[in-house]
Design a protein around this ligand. Structure first.
Ligand SMILES: [Mn+2]
Length: 409
């Protein structure tokens, strides 16, 4: 069989600061801060173990445009491990680690090739003798809104042609910025053997023949990046057959669970149900960050509700957790009154409907208006970063919970 085998990864976000999590216990916070690096080490372990021909990293290697020397040094160390195992690496930079950022560049070893700001082709001959042409570009600045896809063209003869593109696939639902947009049809017209995409943090296979793939990020960074994270090993054979294998690489995993409250449920019952669930999750063998959604919460006693609201119950669940090995850290308990009230006849359905409409409306301009004075505040604004769409949605969701809950009392 003549073919190639490589790892497709993207969105490493290596130096993610995780600032919003600095209230967590120190050991846990440090483990989370280390997680993007540790996950990338797992990607490289896998490359070496499986003796792949090369690794492609499709943008956002670093989280910040001021990529720290430390993060670069750690990337370099992993690239050296690949070099020692005679594995090539092909890198494009994305919107997060674009080329215009202010950083001192640490040179990478000779097995690493970085794409420039113009779409270009890099050629490699792997051990089996197969010749591969890879096409890609790095973001010259953060905002690349052009249809860069129109600049991709197959060049010359090769056994395989692979496109690397960090950007937004039109038509999909995305919470990410619509940079370097393209459609699946446009990708197919380029007649590549594989499209290695990056930018969207959730893994997605957009097409199978040829494969068009977002591998997602290698490590979830917050509750909206939940579930397993990892990279793909891609096999392309000259017969035209190709194969994808997903490999998990995450160290910390974000999960949530819905648990139903039963009539007369006491402290011990609730504690038992939750700890049993935590034990099951613990057997996965990772660090799990767990959000617990209690459904039908109005049946539990006022005393118990109080213990949940004031954080005492959560503290009890968190007590004594050891972060050196696998662990489950419950970080939030939600009493889901809104879902319950939506099914109840006690509150006028039309009111809930109006409330939903008002919240929808807030998502547009009203929200920005409401927080604008904070963002233009002479001192406050220095400490604020732009509120992302998902954060906006989460805030509005919490506001709705509060309102519905007050109504019930
Ligand atoms: Mn990214």
């Amino acid at each position: 069989m003549e073919g190639i085998r490589f790892i497709h990864t993207a969105d490493l976000h290596l130096d993610s600061p995780f600032l919003g999590l600095n209230h967590l216990p120190k050991d846990l916070f440090e483990r989370i801060q280390e997680s993007t690096f540790a996950a990338f080490e797992k990607v490289v372990d896998l490359a070496i173990e499986q003796a792949v021909d090369f690794v492609v990293i499709v943008g956002d290697l670093f989280d910040g445009e001021d990529r720290s020397i430390k993060a670069q040094a750690r990337l370099r160390k992993q690239m050296e491990r690949l070099r020692d195992a005679e594995i090539f690496a092909f890198i494009t930079h994305g919107n997060h680690d674009h080329l215009a950022g202010s950083w001192l560049m640490l040179d990478m070893p000779e097995n690493v090739q970085i794409f420039s700001s113009e779409v270009e082709m890099k050629s490699v001959t792997v051990k089996s003798g197969c010749n591969v042409h890879l096409y890609g570009f790095s973001y010259p600045e953060r905002h690349v809104v052009d249809r860069k896809i129109s600049e991709y063209e197959k060049v010359g003869e090769a056994h395989f042609h692979i496109g690397l593109l960090h950007g937004h696939c039109e038509g999909g639902i995305s919470l990410h910025q619509p940079y370097a947009p393209f459609s699946i049809v446009e990708l197919l017209q380029k007649d590549m053997d594989y499209w290695a995409l990056g930018h969207i943090h959730k893994k997605q296979i957009l097409n199978e023949d040829p494969f068009i793939v977002y591998p997602g990020n290698i490590q979830g960074r917050h509750r909206n990046e939940d579930g397993e994270k990892g990279c793909y090993i891609v096999t392309l054979e000259s017969s035209g057959h190709s194969q994808l294998e997903f490999h998990e690489t995450d160290i910390i995993r974000w999960e949530s669970v819905d648990l139903n409250c039963e009539e007369n449920m006491g402290l011990t019952d609730l504690y038992t149900i939750i700890t049993q669930h935590m034990e099951t999750l613990n057997s996965i063998g990772l660090g799990i960050m767990l959000e617990i959604n209690l459904q039908n919460p109005s049946v539990i006693s006022a005393d118990l509700k109080l213990k949940i609201d004031n954080g005492e119950f959560l503290e009890m669940l968190q007590d004594g957790i050891d972060f050196t090995e696998a662990f489950v850290w419950p970080y939030k308990i939600n009493l889901n009154f809104a879902a319950e009230k939506a099914n109840s006849t006690l509150i006028d359905v039309s009111f809930i409907h109006m409330l939903n409409l008002a919240i929808k409306d807030m998502e547009k301009d009203t929200f920005d208006e409401a927080v604008s004075s904070l963002f233009s505040h002479i001192y406050g604004s220095r400490y604020l970063t732009q509120i992302e769409e998902i954060e906006k949605k989460a805030l509005l969701e919490s506001a709705k919970e509060l309102i519905v809950r007050q109504l019930g009392n």
